[in-house]
Design a protein around this ligand. Structure first.
Ligand SMILES: [Zn+2]
Ligand SMILES: [Zn+2]
Length: 340
């Protein structure tokens, strides 16, 4: 079997790997759809680093192929989404279902990840995908959807709020999707024409292109001079960080979901009144396993299907092209796909 290894300098390589066997309490999952993430692109764009390189990717959906001894809940043929952060199972964060915060977590760590034909994992992180949801839907939840969901839980958009989302890559698109479902008026900010259209498809009522009009002026028009009640930063762009302070209500809620550029600290004086006002400023980091079940419940209750945001499909033999497209930004979600 094969796996995709990000080398750096915008190069990837295919690595021949032994097919793994599930150990005690583990399941072997045959990949069906695996996403390429913005965080995979950090290594892709970077200088090649010293030391071992691991198979990349952390957005796996697939089918259980085999189970090891002691597995009690899953059986071959079950459709699953592999949760991306396996915790130690013992610490305070794991005890509360938030193994994404565990200091000893795996996958987002030093080990082979998921852009490969088969993966083994603890049964506890192979989460069930209901029949009503497609693999496209599930792969959208696996990282971008979860990150958007968990971030929005910090700022709780509702019918009473306008939500400004800066950056409409997969996380921003999923933030638009969820914020619309939660009843908010959704304002996207994006320059890429492909992503402007995807933003409207995802749920944005309007998408403002900052190269064509002044974002703060337009947001103030929409909100009758008050500013948006909610801001969601999904671009990693320096200007967007402060833009959200200028475009939000002085008592608004803002969450920074994108990885910030190095060396930049938000200037509190960027707020309209020269200070942060009474804004609640939040950070967020991926999502918990409990969030997965909440997202699935929301999709099933409202018959929602974020899988329409998958725009490009490649085999892993086409990994160089898949990464090139993802790096271009002219796309929604880019995935590797195997036969279902
Ligand atoms: Zn990801
Ligand atoms: Zn832990």
């Amino acid at each position: 079997m094969k796996g995709v290894v990000v080398v750096g300098n915008r190069q990837v390589e295919l690595r021949e790997l032994p097919k793994p066997e599930p150990g005690h309490g583990q399941v072997l999952v045959r990949a069906v759809e695996v996403g390429v993430c913005g965080s995979d692109l950090h290594g892709y764009r970077a200088e090649p680093s010293e030391g071992p390189r691991f198979v990349s990717g952390h957005e796996l959906t697939g089918v259980v192929e085999a189970v090891g001894p002691g597995v009690e809940h899953l059986k071959p043929g079950d459709r699953v989404m592999a949760y991306q952060a396996w915790g130690c199972g013992y610490c305070e964060y794991c005890a509360s279902g938030r193994s994404n915060l565990c200091a000893n977590r795996r996958i987002i760590g030093k080990a082979d990840r998921y852009q490969k034909d088969y993966s083994v994992m603890p049964e506890a992180v192979a989460l069930p995908v209901p029949d009503e949801l497609s693999f496209d839907d599930a792969v959208m939840l696996s990282c971008a959807g979860g990150t958007a969901w968990a971030g929005l839980q910090k700022v709780k958009p509702s019918v009473n709020d306008a939500t400004v989302i800066t950056g409409l890559g997969p996380v921003g698109l999923m933030a638009a999707f969820w914020a619309r479902a939660m009843g908010s008026y959704v304002i996207g900010v994006e320059v890429n024409p492909v992503r402007i259209e995807l933003g409207k498809q995802a749920g944005a009522h309007v998408v403002i292109n900052p190269q064509e009009e002044d974002v703060v002026t337009r947001v103030m028009e929409i909100t009758r001079g008050e500013g948006a009640r909610v801001g969601f930063e999904a671009s990693g762009n320096k200007g967007a960080q402060e833009l959200l302070l200028q475009a939000t209500y002085f008592e608004g809620r803002v969450v920074y979901a994108a990885i910030a550029p190095p060396g930049k600290v938000i200037d509190p004086r960027a707020g309209k009144r020269g200070d942060l006002g009474l804004r609640a400023i939040h950070g967020t980091f991926t999502y918990s396993m409990g969030d997965y079940y909440e997202m699935v419940r929301a999709l099933l209750l409202h018959d929602l299907h974020p899988g329409t945001l998958v725009t490009h499909r490649f085999s892993i033999a086409e990994a160089a092209e898949a990464y090139r497209v993802a790096d271009s930004g002219s796309c929604g979600k880019v995935i590797f796909q195997w036969g279902a």
